[in-house]
Design a protein around this ligand. Structure first.
Ligand SMILES: C[S@@+](CC[C@H](N)C(=O)[O-])C[C@H]1O[C@@H](n2cnc3c(N)ncnc32)[C@H](O)[C@@H]1O
Length: 203
C-alpha cells in the first residue's frame, strides 16, 4: 500500500461522520496516535514519526500544497506511520476525528490573527478546548506553543480554564520534542517561545 504517495493523504469517505482510527491507519490501528493541528511543512510531524516508529502521527493542514509536500516527504523517506488530512482544524476536531482516540495533540505556532477584525479566525476558543479534550485518551496530553505573547496569553487562559485539563510542567528534557519549521524561523529572529502542557484529567 505504501509503495505510492497517495495513501499518505487520508481522504474521508464521508465528511459528515467521524472516521475511525482503523480507516486512517489500517496497518496498525491499535498503536497510539498523535495529532498535529496545522502541521505546515511537516518538519515536526516527520521528525516525531521517525523518532517513534511505534506510534502513528496524523497531520491536519488546510493548504493543499503543504499537505502534498509532507506526503511526498513521508513517502520518499519511508515514514510509514504518518497520514495527512487536508481540512480545517476546527471542523476536523469537532466533527471528523474519533473521540477518545489520541494520546497527544500538538498545536504548534497557530496563526495568532492579531487584528481585532480577524479575532473570529483564532483557533483556540472555549468550544475548541472542550472538543480537543474529547479527542484524547485518558491521561492524554495537549501541547501548545506560540511565538506571539498576546496570543499565547489569550489561548493559554482559555485552555487552562477548560475543566477537563490539568497543567503539567514542561521542561526541555521532559521528552523528545522536535523543532517545527516556524519555530526555527522565530528562534533565528530572536523571538521568545512559550509553551503549555496540559493533561486530560482522570474521570
Ligand atoms: C504559522 S504556521 C505553523 C506551521 C507548523 N505548525 C510549524 O510550527 O511550523 C500555521 C499553519 O497552520 C495552517 N492553518 C492555519 N489555520 C488552519 C486551520 N484552521 N486549519 C488547518 N490548518 C490551518 C496554515 O496553513 C499553516 O501551515
Amino acid at each position: 500500500m505504501l509503495d505510492r504517495v497517495e495513501p499518505f493523504e487520508f481522504v474521508p469517505v464521508d465528511f459528515f461522520c467521524r472516521a475511525s482510527l482503523r480507516e486512517i491507519f489500517p496497518e496498525r490501528p491499535e498503536a497510539p496516535v498523535e495529532l498535529d493541528l496545522g502541521c505546515g511543512d511537516g518538519a515536526f510531524l516527520l521528525a516525531m514519526a521517525r523518532h517513534h516508529p511505534d506510534r502513528n502521527f496524523l497531520g491536519v493542514e488546510r493548504l493543499l500544497g503543504r499537505v502534498r509536500k509532507v506526503c511526498r516527504k513521508a513517502w520518499r523517506g519511508g515514514v510509514a506511520n504518518v497520514r495527512l488530512i487536508r481540512l480545517e482544524s476546527r471542523y476536523t476536531v469537532d466533527w471528523l476525528l474519533p473521540q477518545g482516540g489520541f494520546s497527544r495533540i500538538h498545536l504548534l505556532f497557530p496563526d495568532p490573527w492579531p487584528k481585532k477584525k480577524h479575532e473570529e479566525r483564532r483557533l483556540v476558543t472555549p468550544g475548541f478546548a472542550r472538543a480537543a479534550s474529547g479527542l484524547l485518551v485518558p491521561g492524554g496530553e495537549f501541547l501548545f506553543k506560540s511565538d506571539h505573547p498576546p496570543y499565547f496569553a489569550e489561548a493559554a487562559a482559555i485552555l487552562r480554564a477548560e475543566p477537563a485539563f490539568a497543567e503539567l510542567d514542561w521542561r526541555e528534557d521532559s521528552f523528545a520534542y522536535f523543532e517545527t519549521d516556524f519555530e526555527r524561523r522565530w528562534k533565528k529572529e530572536g523571538k521568545r517561545i512559550q509553551g503549555l502542557r496540559l493533561r486530560l484529567r482522570d474521570g
